[in-house]
Design a binder for this molecule. Structure first.
Ligand SMILES: Cc1cc2nc3c(=O)[nH]c(=O)nc-3n(C[C@H](O)[C@H](O)[C@H](O)COP(=O)(O)OP(=O)(O)OC[C@H]3O[C@@H](n4cnc5c(N)ncnc54)[C@H](O)[C@@H]3O)c2cc1C
Length: 440
């Protein structure tokens, strides 16, 4: 293994030292641009700069051999897609002109411009883009990990490839009783997904005849159903039509799989606990950024997110550091749709930085959330900073529509694999100017 690593190192122009005398035989690499994380944001940026820079001047540090299109996991949970539909080999989505280091960052020193990896390697960079996303913190909820790994517990989550098909199996096994859906007290990716799966479960229970003998409950830490009023108004009508019980400011504290009980706490009054029995429990787990970033006082804000300018995406302290996607502290909805818009801004600004000019492009906070309300129906929420709607289609998108459902199910995945990951999609602004020039 070490011999192979040395041999592959010798052919790389990025190497400054190959033969280490340290016991772990670590390598030292040097590159112009290091992209940490090869998910939605990382692949997209790597593709753009691999075209601009010379071969192997772009490095991607990514430990996984598989890449997932996560937005489809909601439809996996509802039985419309399989997890295999959402998966591709990482090697097939990374640009061939870039060098992939299949390893994980364990520390970063922005003063020296160095990243250390789990295998003991050191990567020196001139510029770095941090794109490490958010990870699920199952252990913050006692009993949750145990419940998720037990096939018969009735507990699942669409937020992980290993459990989203379990959600579908749980929906099929459900025979009435309490079906509880949760939303945690942390920043999460796609804040619409916890309620989308509740709506689809409700529809499925109606099709199979179990809805009349069940209660569907949505326990959310938020004080509202959705952060943008225009769409919240429509979603409240969906909730009413479906007779879903919504409990606001209600956070999952513990799962007791042996008793099939979930304990919740009131977000404002931590002394108020409620215990609910469940027959099906769908958990959206608490999330945080990876530890090497969260604990880095130079790069992260007090909450552990990469501290960037919300318009330029440049780090507030280190001009050669940029961030994209879920791991940054830009106050937008954490979605792949947001990354499509961010990647173009980041591209323009990083090119300026490389040319020793000030960044000039601004991210407007664009994000989109296709809120699935039924099999075949969707409210396509699109908005910018401060919850201002910013719609692409020439009709009121707060209405449930069939076209938005098929865009979510078929069009967006196609665009993701074939355009966005290759760095050719910058969000729908261009289309919007043509088909909805006067819309908001
Ligand atoms: C259930 C669900 C439904 C969703 N629905 C939608 C939707 O409808 N529309 C939409 O636009 N978005 C949706 N999203 C959100 C979207 O998938 C994410 O916002 C997007 O994938 C985030 O991209 P990212 O690059 O920031 O992070 P990711 O794509 O998660 O990539 C992060 C990468 O960093 C790597 N990494 C982690 N730690 C390290 C480390 N220490 N060193 C190196 N690499 C590391 C990881 O292996 C991973 O590959 C949904 C997500 C989920 C889970």
């Amino acid at each position: 293994m070490n011999i192979l690593r040395k041999l592959s190192s010798i052919s790389s122009p990025g190497i400054i030292r190959n033969f280490s005398v340290s016991p772990v035989n670590s390598a030292n690499y040097k590159c112009k641009l290091l992209v940490v994380g090869g998910g939605s944001g990382g692949c997209t940026i790597a593709a753009k700069f691999a075209r601009k820079l010379k071969k192997d001047e772009v490095f991607v540090l990514e430990p996984s051999t598989e890449h997932y299109y996560q937005p489809l996991w909601t439809l996996v949970g509802a039985g419309v897609k399989t997890v295999a539909d959402t998966r591709r080999q990482e090697a097939s989505v990374l640009p061939s002109n870039a060098k992939w280091i299949k390893d994980r960052a364990v520390s970063i020193d922005p003063k020296k411009g160095v990243v250390h990896t789990k295998n003991g390697d050191e990567i020196q960079y001139e510029y770095v883009v941090i794109a490490v996303g958010l990870k699920n913190d199952y252990d913050k909820v006692p009993g949750l990990s145990q419940a998720l790994t037990d096939e018969n517990s009735g507990v699942s989550t669409i937020y992980a490839p290993e459990y989203c098909e379990k959600t579908w199996r749980d929906l099929q096994r459900f025979n009435g009783g309490n079906a509880i859906f949760t939303f945690p007290d942390t920043l999460i990716k796609c804040p619409g997904a916890p309620q989308k799966i509740a709506y689809l479960a409700d529809s499925y229970f109606r099709m199979t005849g179990t809805r009349s003998k069940s209660k569907v409950i949505f326990n959310t830490c938020l004080p509202v159903i959705f952060g943008v009023k225009k769409y919240a108004d429509s979603l409240l009508k969906v909730v009413e039509r479906k007779q879903i019980d919504v409990n606001y400011k209600t956070v999952l504290l513990e799962v007791r799989p042996d008793k099939k009980e979930a304990v919740f706490v009131n977000k404002d009054d931590k002394s108020k606990h409620t215990t609910m029995g469940y027959d099906l429990l769908h958990v959206t787990p608490p999330m945080s950024t990876p530890e090497f970033l969260r604990t880095n006082k130079e790069l992260a804000d007090v909450c552990g997110y990469l501290d960037v300018d919300k318009y330029t995406l440049q780090h507030k302290k280190y001009p050669n550091v940029y961030g994209i996607g879920d791991c940054t502290n830009t106050p937008n909805s954490k979605t792949a749709a947001a990354i499509a818009k961010q990647c173009h801004v980041l591209e323009l600004n990083l090119v300026n930085t490389m040319a020793e000019q000030a960044p000039s492009a601004n991210y407007n906070g664009y994000g989109a959330c296709p809120l699935l309300t039924e099999y075949g129906k969707c409210i396509l929420a699109e908005f910018v900073y401060d919850g201002v709607p910013h719609e692409t289609l020439p009709f009121d998108q707060s209405r449930e529509s069939t076209i938005a459902y098929y865009m979510k199910k078929d069009l967006f995945p196609f665009m993701y694999w074939n355009m966005m990951l290759k760095g050719y999609y910058h969000g729908p602004e261009f289309i919007r100017k043509i088909i909805n020039p006067f819309g908001n």
